[in-house]
Design a protein around this ligand. Sequence first.
Ligand code: ZN
Length: 596
Amino acid sequence: MSARRFLLLLCISIPFAASASLGQQSRFRVLAFYSDTTEPDHIQFAKDAVKFLSERAANEHFTFDATSKWEDLNDERLKGYQLVIWLNESPSKAEQRSAFQRYIEQGGTWLGFHAAAYNDKNTNWPWFVEFLGGAVFSINSWPPLPARVEIDDQTHFVMTGIPRQFESPANEWYIWQPSPRVNQNVRILATLDPSNYPIGFKDVLTSGDLPVVWTNTKYRMLYMNMGHGDKIFTSTIQNRLIDNAVIWLGTGAAPETPVEGSGIRINAHGIVLDSQTGKFYAVNPSKDTVTVLDRNGHFVSRIPVGKEPVSLASNPDTNRVYVANSGSGNVSVVDGHTDKVIATVAVGDLPYTIAVNRPANKVYVSRTFSDITVIIDGKTDTPTTIKAGIGDAVAAESLDNATYMTSFESLHLTVFDGKNDRTAKIETPNHMWAIAGSPARNKVYAVSVGNSNVTVIDGTSHATRTVSTGESPCAVAVDYSSGKAFVANFVSNNVTVIDGASDSVVGTMSVGPKPQAIAVDSNNHKVYVVSTHERTVTVLDGTKNSVLGTVKVEKWPFAIAVNSQTHLAAVLSLDGDLTLIDGTTMATSSPVPPRD
Ligand code: ZN
């Protein structure tokens, strides 16, 4: 869950407490605790888990009770339960913690999912960290994505009937530091397969040991990393694993070298084209710089900016480029003539996505874990803040003097009117990830990675229409001349083509595996689709809906921008390196002189 738990605690209460009883003799009794005031996707998981476990209780003849009252974590209430489950949180009160400790020390068993084991320097519960095998939360992937899980120990009861590898549904994956694997008492049962790396669209895990199911053999306990969102119970294999865990705990049925995990936070707009000068600007988060290429792709300069730059936006009218620096909480303003930073604007912690409204000459900046949007006046470089109620916005796009911002967990997107800074909300599905505007049609396309559809918004009336895509759409681009929208589908490995006039799907094209970035050359109608995973870019003919070819990229390609005058595509890799693709010959080249 990471610090995501601190954003927007929606004041909703979902009555899904359950008590399943049965006709036959109960084999054992289970009490599950959950919070209904935590992060929405953790509440959703708890709701699904209560339903799943209630059904299993009926079939497997055990008693299952669930409660959101953590004060029930006391000696009296725990009596008679063989298994305590924490679905989405851990107790924060001292008396609840000590009651749990007594319960475990007297032979009780525990099953914890996902955020139940989250702990950091503020948790202040050393016994619990020891209980977990020493695991301390370090970093996470974001947003939730499916991943291949490898079983370490097929001999364990919990792995009965589980194949050596399986595809685990969309989840937020945690890396622990220290990893429980270094603890001699810990038996790791399953691990995220390293072939998943890099994984994430925003918080990208690039390497590291990521145990997902383990037990500390000093106790009767099992932890599973799964537990974020509404997809967890969609895998029959994983359901079997959860089933096995409950039965194992309910019925009572070698140290390795630690590998540090690594990750990076970046944005699909880590590279932009300034349409006036034709120059490319690309962030290099590890070097705290922005790389500039000229219209022909030649290296121009490397501009020192703030710490950990993640995203960029340009205003061709004023020839300014804005750089959101996640690590230093500010925005660097770059003069596009001299390529020098001419101002640095403090915007608060963790700026993430950035968009320019050209007619209003305003810059909109979202911040991770925050519902504060910062608006920078392009004339004076003065920031103002607005609490628009859009937590952790991940994508923004401007069209017709309005800026549209989406967030992952909201059931709406927010529109900022550039004339008066008024905001409006447009109802959408949740789990929005990317957005693109079509100026010619005054439409906005916002894709929901969690719902496999795109919401088409009329820029004037704000009327919406939902169009089905492939599975887990995560990137969208519009051909400004044909008006077609192209949507990259992460799970189904293809691109959905939507007609700009009718909003109907007019084609589907297969691309490289796990596509996660897309760009269109509106002059020759070529579409570039980035597979970070395979390290390729698939080039499509957007007119004939056919595949023209696949281009290899040395490093992990992540973000892409195209100059439709020179037909050059520039691909930004996770390590900050750039690769150019000549759209006419499909030849690749590297624009940057030897690395310093
Ligand atoms: Zn989570």
